[in-house]
Design a protein around this ligand. Structure first.
Ligand SMILES: C[S@@+](CC[C@H](N)C(=O)[O-])C[C@H]1O[C@@H](n2cnc3c(N)ncnc32)[C@H](O)[C@@H]1O
Length: 218
């Protein structure tokens, strides 16, 4: 891929927009199923809980969270208006039933009150949050005391080989993300790293790994 194409891809990963953004979201749902599902598992949602997902793209995995049991409620927030529209369309039945809602908003200024959620999830988003700690403090604010957060991301030692990260991605090691969570007020921080099969990117085989860091609002 040319530098211009890589930059375009990086922009769409950061903010999927328009028809290309809709295609990118479909691609992400296939390519990120493992990391999203592991991150949901680590959250351990129980029926009746209120869950926030930040950067849900088209909300393809909202059903996995709602499957935790009766009374579970899901809110998704994304900076991309294209993604919020698409998530509302894809999850229309859940939205109509009042089980799910999708909002346009920024992780750095969540349009939500304090102490509202039992659990919060975000996957493949921390690279774009500047400063990261502000968004982590926002997650801490909207969680109830004892609320859980689960963050899925590709760790720096894997991601630094991806050709598009030169265009606006900030990468983190497991330890760096743990330190940021501590500073934002979280405790009982646990990290798991999983290997995934390598993938072809534009003719080059790239290593893939998932890190999930989970923590509790002290
Ligand atoms: C790379 S996609 C990841 C989508 C999905 N979570 C996954 O792992 O496949 C990043 C998503 O985060 C959203 N996003 C980026 N910056 C954001 C911010 N500051 N606040 C909320 N959402 C943001 C983008 O619009 C996009 O939908």
């Amino acid at each position: 891929m040319s530098p211009d194409e890589l930059q375009g891809l990086a922009q769409q990963l950061r903010l999927p927009t328009g028809d290309v953004g809709l295609e990118v979201a479909d691609h992400l749902n296939r390519g990120n199923a493992f990391i999203v599902k592991r991150s949901i598992e680590h959250l351990g949602v129980r029926g009746g809980e209120r869950v926030l997902e930040i950067g849900m793209a088209n909300g393809y995995f909202a059903a996995d969270i709602l499957g935790a049991g009766p009374g579970t409620r899901y809110v998704g927030i994304d900076l991309s208006e294209t993604m919020v529209r698409s998530a509302n369309a894809l999850n229309g039945a859940y939205v109509a039933a009042g089980w799910a809602s999708f909002l346009h908003g920024d992780a750095l200024r969540l349009p939500l009150g304090d102490d509202l959620f039992d659990a919060a999830l975000t996957v493949n988003t921390v690279y774009f949050w500047d400063p990261l700690e502000r968004a982590l403090r926002e997650i801490h604010r909207i969680l109830k005391p004892g609320g859980r957060v689960s963050i899925g991301f590709r760790p720096r030692h894997i991601m630094r080989h991806y050709p598009f990260v030169a265009y606006g991605f900030t990468m983190y090691s497991d330890n760096e993300l743990t330190q940021h969570l501590k500073k934002a007020g979280f405790g009982r921080i646990q990290t798991m790293e999983y290997a995934e099969p390598p993938r072809d990117f534009d003719g080059t085989l790239l290593e893939v790994a998932t890190t999930v860091v989970s923590a509790i609002k002290a």
